[in-house]
Ligand binder design. Structure first.
Ligand code: UN1
Length: 507
């Protein structure tokens, strides 16, 4: 299509082309090319890391309040260009336009939060055990961060890393998902222009996974990368964690989820249905926070299922530029993987007694608008999933929700924790004690009470446990522990050598 653009890496302020060209196409209309993307090889990643490394001291020397002002200006420019950026996101990954606009809003919220942090970035004063001596702590930037992000939130999730990283005085090499390259390029351009960022401070490298791993390995070896931020699958997260660990560096890992939603007998069932619908099928189920399994009390199971199926059948699915709950899959590779789950659900692949009826799938579900060869699927509800079923245990990253029943809250919590992820979770109840007991027992990093598993606000800690990550948290004040390291200072003005633990002051 004539409006497609060519996207290249940008290293030290200069465009860098690679040896391979791929296209990023519109998943709603696969013959519409959104961008021609020049993929870099490992040496470009290494060069970008070196540029970032060289630019870091200069950027860290800019007073933090001035860096905060740069973040403020980025936020204003993003806000002024919100609709244009959201349109690119919708065209490139098929996210419904209203959601895409919300995603851009999340960048602005993140900038709003951090612009003031430039005037705080507090350290502490700490008393000494000795006289005429004072202890302090300072937050220092980690240095250069390599940030590798998925394409389901092609602009908001990168901002969760990049905004605090820059604010704290770090420089960045960012590797976005190839299938979201145009969204990433537009974001990068607005950040560099809005913040007036010096060359080398925010580099972008479009590369495939193999080139990224090779380049990252070399960059870590050379000492050009001090910290890695990765949002994506648990499988790749393990590899990133292992690679980073080999170089004695750390990674902030935000990985998958198999997020449960518990419906108790005291729940407002209509509210629970609305929550399950958005949690399960918003973004086509392709959020790390998407709903995996509804765990519903046996006494309200039939009623919940009946209302849920009706809501799923009535949901608008189709052209993401229109008012729909769900557009197409993000990209062919996700559609292919999702097809495996659909195949598995076919009766001849179904293990004896493993799953119950596929109740919400309605092949006659009308799609909104022209869907042609787009990567569109019907939303599917599978009632009767059980422990051990793939659908119960695995993150599907697609528009499919399992349903199972429980008898006691302890059983519900056990089922909710069973798959071993621990990102998000939800409970619908009108009993505060039940809500509190769930909060206490659930292993997830995030808990919603009478709200969706997805749609976290941008200033609360975001992150998970178990297979969902390595315990790191993003967002709000908490992400500062990812982008800075504490330096402790002890200042002795006694004029003599006072030895800790040895020159003990007696009362
Ligand atoms: C993700 O899918 O990687 O809480 C992030 C949410 C969004 C972010 C999801 N704010 O669902």
């Amino acid at each position: 299509m004539s409006t497609s653009r060519t996207v290249t890496s940008v290293v030290d302020g200069q465009p860098v082309t690679g040896s391979t060209m791929i296209t990023s196409s519109n998943p709603a209309r696969p013959d519409e090319v959104v961008a021609e993307v020049s993929l870099a090889d490992a040496s470009v990643f290494l060069g970008a890391a070196e540029s970032a490394h060289k630019a870091q001291a200069g950027w860290a020397a800019v007073p933090a309040p001035v860096r905060g002002r740069a973040i403020a200006q980025i936020g204003r420019l993003i806000e002024a260009n919100a609709e244009a950026l959201a349109r690119i996101v919708t065209a490139e990954i098929g996210k419904p336009y209203a959601e895409a606009l919300g995603e851009v809003r999340e960048i602005v919220d993140t900038c709003d939060f951090f612009l003031g942090e430039g005037r705080r970035l507090y350290g502490q004063t700490v008393p000494s055990e000795m006289p005429d001596k004072q202890l302090f702590t300072f937050r220092k930037p980690v240095g250069t961060m390599a940030i590798i992000t998925a394409g389901n939130f092609p602009v908001a999730v990168p901002s969760w890393y990049i905004v605090p990283a820059l604010l704290a005085g770090n420089t960045v090499v960012w590797k976005p998902a190839e299938y979201a390259a145009a969204s990433a390029a537009a974001f990068h351009e607005l950040f560099v222009r809005g913040g007036g960022l010096p060359d080398g401070v925010l580099n972008i490298v479009h590369a495939d996974g193999a080139a990224t791993f090779a380049g990252l390995d070399e960059a870590l070896e050379a000492g050009f990368v001090d910290k890695v931020g990765f949002t994506g699958s648990s499988a790749v997260g393990r590899e990133i964690g292992a690679l980073t660990g080999r170089h004695l560096q750390t990674a902030c890992l935000e990985l998958g989820g198999k997020n449960p939603l518990v419906v108790t007998p005291s729940a407002d069932l209509d509210l629970a249905v609305e929550g399950a619908l958005f949690s399960g099928f918003g973004t086509g189920g392709q959020r790390c926070t998407s709903l995996g399994t509804v765990i519903v009390h046996a006494s309200v199971h039939e009623e919940f299922l009946c209302r849920f199926n009706a809501a799923v059948s009535a949901a608008r699915v189709g052209d993401p530029t229109q008012d729909v709950l769900m557009g197409p899959m993000l990209d062919a590779k996700f559609a292919d993987r999702y097809e495996e789950y659909l195949d598995w659900l076919q009766p001849h692949h179904r293990p004896q007694g493993a799953v119950g009826r596929i109740s919400g799938d309605n092949p006659r579900h009308g799609f909104v608008g022209e869907v042609g060869d787009g990567l569109f699927y019907h939303p599917v509800v599978v009632d009767g999933v059980r422990r051990g079923d793939r659908l119960f245990e695995e993150e599907t990253f697609g528009p499919i929700v399992g349903v199972t029943t429980y008898q006691s809250l302890a059983e519900a919590i056990e089922l909710a924790n069973a798959p071993g992820y621990g990102l998000s979770s939800a409970i619908y109840t009108s009993d505060p004690q039940e809500a509190f007991a769930f909060r206490d027992g659930i292993g997830a990093g995030m808990v919603s009470i009478n709200n969706s598993t997805s749609g976290a606000e941008a200033h609360l800690p975001f992150g998970g446990n178990g297979k969902s990550g390595n315990g790191s948290r993003q967002s709000g004040i908490w992400v500062l522990d990812q982008v800075t390291r504490w330096q402790s200072v002890n200042w002795d003005f006694s004029g003599r050598l006072q030895k800790a633990q040895m020159d003990v002051v007696e009362l």
